[in-house]
Design a protein around this ligand. Structure first.
Ligand SMILES: Cc1cc2nc3c(=O)[nH]c(=O)nc-3n(C[C@H](O)[C@H](O)[C@H](O)COP(=O)(O)OP(=O)(O)OC[C@H]3O[C@@H](n4cnc5c(N)ncnc54)[C@H](O)[C@@H]3O)c2cc1C
Length: 433
């Protein structure tokens, strides 16, 4: 049976649902196809989301019982070696008890379901348990709909939005995006550890409803280009650790072994002590950056979110980039609908919007960042111990004059790094951010 719909959206993640909300707000009834049994059932993220960007889609999201876990009042950054590490943090009462101010934690299974529910209430149709296996095209190559794995067949559409995430083979299969190479994808594992609310509040020194994020770098990723995070939820902690996919295959390190080492680290173990593991998953992250963004639209289609490589690794912004790109795609579709023209040229308003926004401006600014981490392996191998040695020396009172200690520190650092290496590191770091 052939059905005719105006707009088909592949994927009920943040990108697809944001586009659906925008379209439904403007009187269009989009159909969102989701392969999971419910939105969020196949999705994972560390779990921070930005109020500013959600507000652009659902202005009254707090009144609509958005499943917020905790408002983040403090952000910490750790640089770890085997025995300890540096900690830098910033806390501000301006973020207290109000997730509209900035960033909060969510669980994707709950959030995506709630978000898709908002789109449905606005009038979008969300069809779960349906895989889009291919795109339909006319003789000129223009996309004219989607092919599903359902027995009742194909869906015609004037325009298709690919919001199918980084793990989907669809964009690659259709040739709209090359299969991401292992250098441009990270593999992350996430474990959720259940703890009583009051224990989390004591361990992180926060009031009820408030929380902390910790972003972690150092030799915790076994010398590979990667990061770890700890985020506080209401009754659990999310722990994620990941690294470049190419590094995993070169180093033959298993992601779950890396997670176990991470959990045993002396700065991590006390935070999760007595907790119960309640969730475990693995997912890819889109780390190609600005230079690996595919063609963002063509005749009859657009690509948004992770599928379009819109991920800012340095600021761990992915869900919000997905939301805003989805909303921009919807606006461009509405414009094209006015003109009754769904050609690439007519849909190009999407690209213009992205270019004029923080999304492409930020990705362009950080285009060298991944390359910087790939090049300077010392950040994950020798530097953590070199810096820790420096801190230990300066903090240990043992009768050695401080000037002598500075010389010892410098000599120790120079054992593994020449002056040129260190200058090159500083120069590349400055250029990459
Ligand atoms: C471990 C980890 C931690 C992260 N932490 C954060 C964080 O703290 N903050 C942040 O902002 N971002 C974070 N991210 C990134 C964030 O999760 C993504 O950027 C975001 O989910 C992208 O949204 P999306 O809608 O583009 O894709 P997705 O969320 O991946 O959604 C795509 C949807 O499409 C569906 N789908 C795919 N193919 C098909 C098909 N053929 N047919 C039908 N349905 C299909 C999928 O099931 C899925 O529901 C993290 C990612 C990972 C892996």
């Amino acid at each position: 049976m052939k059905e005719s719909f105006k707009v088909a959206i592949v994927g009920a993640g943040p990108a697809g649902i944001s586009a659906a909300c925008k379209l439904a707000d403007n009187g269009v009834t989009p159909v969102v196809f989701e392969r999971g049994e419910f939105p969020g059932s196949k999705n994972t993220s560390g779990g921070v989301l930005y109020g500013h960007d959600l507000e652009r889609i659902i202005p009254d999201f707090t009144d609509r019982k958005c499943p917020v876990e905790r408002n983040i009042v403090e952000s910490r950054v750790w640089y770890l070696n085997k025995n300890g590490g540096y900690s830098l943090s910033y806390r501000d009462t301006v973020f207290q008890n109000n997730c509209r101010h900035n960033v909060f934690t969510i669980g994707r299974a709950k959030f995506d379901r709630w978000y898709a529910g908002q789109a449905s209430r606005k009038g979008a149709i969300v069809v779960c348990g349906t895989v889009i296996t291919d795109l339909l095209r006319d003789k000129n190559g223009k996309v004219t709909g989607v092919r599903t794995d359902r027995p009742d067949g194909d869906f015609d559409a004037d325009v298709v939005l690919l919001a199918d995430g980084i793990n989907s083979p669809l964009a690659a299969k259709t040739g709209f995006r090359p299969e991401p190479s292992p250098e441009h994808v990270a593999l992350a594992v996430k474990e959720v550890i259940e703890l009583p609310e009051n224990v989390i509040e004591e361990r992180f020194n926060v009031e009820p409803q408030n929380g902390v994020t910790i972003d972690i770098l150092g030799d915790i990723t076994c010398g590979m280009n990667g990061v770890a995070v700890i985020y506080t939820n209401r009754k659990s902690l999310s722990l994620c650790i990941g690294a470049n996919l190419a590094d995993f295959s070169t180093n033959r390190i298993k992601p779950y072994e890396m997670m176990e080492t991470f959990k045993e680290h002396p700065m991590v173990a006390p935070l999760i002590k007595g907790g119960k593991s309640i969730e475990y998953m693995a997912h890819w992250l889109a780390e190609g950056g600005y230079d690996h963004i595919p063609e963002l639209c063509g005749d009859g289609y657009l690509i948004a979110g992770d599928s379009a490589m819109l991920f800012n690794a340095l600021h761990r912004e992915g869900s919000n980039l997905a939301m805003i790109s989805g909303a921009f795609a919807a606006e461009a579709i509405l414009e094209a609908r006015e003109n009754k023209d769904f050609s690439k040229q007519s849909l190009n308003g999407y690209v213009r919007r992205l270019e004029n926004s923080f999304i492409l401006k930020d990705l362009k600014k950080y285009r060298r960042f991944n390359m910087f981490l790939q090049k300077h392996r010392e950040i994950f191998t020798t530097l953590p111990e070199g810096f820790s040695f420096a801190a230990r020396e300066m903090l240990t009172v043992d009768g050695v004059p401080k000037k002598e200690k500075q010389k010892i520190i410098w000599r120790n650092l120079r054992k593994n790094h020449s002056l040129t290496d260190l200058l090159c590191l500083c120069w590349d770091a400055l250029r990459s951010v």
